[in-house]
Design a protein around this ligand. Sequence first.
Ligand SMILES: CC(C)(COP(=O)(O)OP(=O)(O)OC[C@H]1O[C@@H](n2cnc3c(N)ncnc32)[C@H](O)[C@@H]1OP(=O)(O)O)[C@@H](O)C(=O)NCCC(=O)NCCS
Length: 357
Amino acid sequence: MRSSPAYSSMPHADAVALLRRAPFVHLAATLPDGRPLLRSLHAIVSDGCLAFHGSPRGEKSTALGGPAVVSAEEVLAELPSYAFDPERACPATTWYRSVQLHGVLRPVADLDRKAAVLDALMERFQPEGGYQPIAKDHPLYQKVVRGISISELPLDGLVGKLKLGQNRRPEQLQAALHAIWRRGKTGDDTTIERLLGLLPAHPTPEFLDAGPNYRLCCALADESIEPASQLLASAYWNTDRSQAQIAAALRGSSAVVGLRCLKTGSLVGVGRAISDCTSRAWIYDVLVVPELRGKGLGTRLMQLLLDHPAVRRVQQVLLTTKDADGFYQRFGFQEIGRSNFRTWPSITMLRRVAARR
Ligand SMILES: CC(C)(COP(=O)(O)OP(=O)(O)OC[C@H]1O[C@@H](n2cnc3c(N)ncnc32)[C@H](O)[C@@H]1OP(=O)(O)O)[C@@H](O)C(=O)NCCC(=O)NCCS
């Protein structure tokens, strides 16, 4: 029996999207004297081509008119061997998506297009602005636009490849997700959410299970930060913070967990921690929407947050609450002090972890 292939090809639109968001690409070409050329560079997708700039006297320019290949890749997950086999090293692998663009490097001569490529490069790689837009007749750029070399490769030679455990059975994928969660390297929380996003039919792993209608999230993707900060803006302890500040705090946290409604996809709970990953972690912003409280979802959210890799290994977990001390006692937190922190009387609580895991 033939086993399923470990890869699949990527739809053209997905391959173009990867090329668009790549922080940089690799260019390989052959120099006129036969030596290979390999460069990492910033490039943009524009007018059906990948375009980049260089010096007219640089080595890249001597490769114009010849065959070239550009590649870009994204690592989706680094899988340890023990995710699939308790003894053999061989299954250790990386899942990724990558693109290659083959073609003939051609120069861009039109000055308007050269200026447009340079301006698009600035917009892509310096989105915060702080410069005059580039135009061929702008006194700041006239000479530059004429003098610089812009090269392009048409996108028709683009192919993309996806390696995402296509040869693995669902129970092997499930075991792999658990192994990544237990390993708990920095970024493994995001990796798990990325994999679940790419495998929408895959059943929820046990550690993210929150009953038939909800699922826990062990990390929040960037697009979920705004809904999370909206939820938290209603909390009594955030009345003196703007939504932008709450979003910045979420982005700056070591662990952010969420609770999502499976039917609507909306975020209905959130919690976060900052941690040094060794001695201490502080829990903040634990909240379940009012209409879903009292159903055990807050408990699942807290259990996940305490089991998050940034929290599970610390010796002391701390938090401050006005009145939810009864809730936190259930997880082993004990009161260690009271104060008038900010505008309300607050209880500081500590949970010690006896043995290191
Ligand atoms: C605190 C909170 C996250 C708990 O979520 P939840 O989904 O209601 O929690 P659960 O349903 O898992 O509750 C588990 C148990 O804790 C108890 N509990 C919940 N909130 C409590 C509170 N504020 N104080 C004391 N006990 C509480 C519940 O009654 C329940 O007890 P039971 O098992 O005997 O019925 C939620 O009530 C909430 O968002 N509150 C407003 C925000 C808040 O105060 N967050 C804490 C800030 S420090």
